[in-house]
Write a protein that binds this ligand. Sequence first.
Ligand code: NAD
Ligand code: ZN
Length: 412
Amino acid sequence: MKFRVMKAPKPSHQGSSTNAPVLDALYQQGLSVSFHFPVHFTHGLFRLDNPVFVESVTRLEPDRRHRLFFIIDAGITSAQPDLLSDIERYLHHHDKRLQLAKPPVIVPGGESAKNDVKLIEELQGKLLAAAIDRQSFIVAIGGGAVIDLAGYLAATFHRGVRHIRIPTTVLSQNDSGVSVKNGVNAFGIKNLLGTFAPPFAVINDDELLRTLEPRDTRAGMAEAVKVSLVRDPGFFQWIEQNGHALATFEPDELAFLIRRCAELHMQHIARCGDPFELASARPLDFGHWAAHKLENLTQYRLRHGEAVAIGLALDTRYSFEAGLLDACDCERVVGLLELLGFRLWHPQMGTRDSEGQLLLLDGLREFHEHLGGEFSVTLLSAIGSMLEVHEMDHDRILTVCRWLQARDRDRT
Ligand SMILES: NC(=O)c1ccc[n+]([C@@H]2O[C@H](COP(=O)([O-])OP(=O)(O)OC[C@H]3O[C@@H](n4cnc5c(N)ncnc54)[C@H](O)[C@@H]3O)[C@@H](O)[C@H]2O)c1
Ligand SMILES: [Zn+2]
């Protein structure tokens, strides 16, 4: 970390006969903090001979004993009941360097983890009782929702506790796990409370994915399509060419998709010049204004990735309708999402408020309120090429929703 305080030039009052306020600051402070964290891909994380976990935890102080507080998604502990005993055995094996601060806490998986204020308070109480300090670790094992929750707790408890992410869904391994954000939902608004806080380490274990429901394997692929569309047309082509294998969850193809998608997200965050999203444009949120609204309208019955697939189809078709994208590219995107097994329309897309306005359209305002600054939505001009627009036409969105509905009807 570099730290610099520079004395600013003294303001000159010469020639000023009034007592007008002076804008010059006495000091210009400069802070620059750099973050580095490893992202591991491994197999059998808690096997005794696998060094990844112990090395990740102890990488800064290899000779010290480190205290760990595990928060684990109930979805994975019920699907993989041996996980808890594997962790216990692993920690026992490495007990000179690793120590449980308290027995692991199991929390409900899925969006309910982010919606429950009582759960947050309960976990904060447990962290306090376990005397978790800034050099202790909160280790989160679970889907994106549990990881977002644990990351939020870690970032805010004592203003920042070390946080290790062990994502257990495709989406959390290829997108949210490598991100620098966390958050919980509040007042009915998704991710209203949260921080930008890079993790201490991320560990992706493909073995943890073997018990996922098909919809949770598929959901993560939507984020891969998204990032390919805005960052890497070659990757889009690869997904197209391997679409059938991905649709049947072939392990090698799935592993490649996860790794490439994670890499592209990491590269974007590291190189975009705006890792903490201070600007209004957010290309990685392509398709997300509608996705977030749909998650909310369906009371989170749609998975984030399923809603993203619809949002991608909507904004892609919108790009075509607006004359920005050609018909062939539009068909390739929509066709690929269908090939992967996504449904691209949901009845909630047609729900209206008492004044007859589509509720989905509120997603535009909410998206803008979340980001601030100038309203900005990412659209496509070609596969792998995007542009920002600053308004969206409501009638055109309606036309696109009708088109998606008709297409869905023809397919089902
Ligand atoms: N922080 C970020 O940058 C970021 C980015 C994208 C998405 N997200 C968030 O991630 C969340 C979505 O995450 P998700 O798609 O991983 O879904 P999820 O966390 O909702 O999990 C889906 C279901 O899978 C279960 N599960 C998890 N791992 C399992 C396993 N290995 N075997 C069996 N069941 C398992 C969970 O219990 C849950 O029921 C959303 O809240 C979204 O907002 C955050
Ligand atoms: Zn997303």
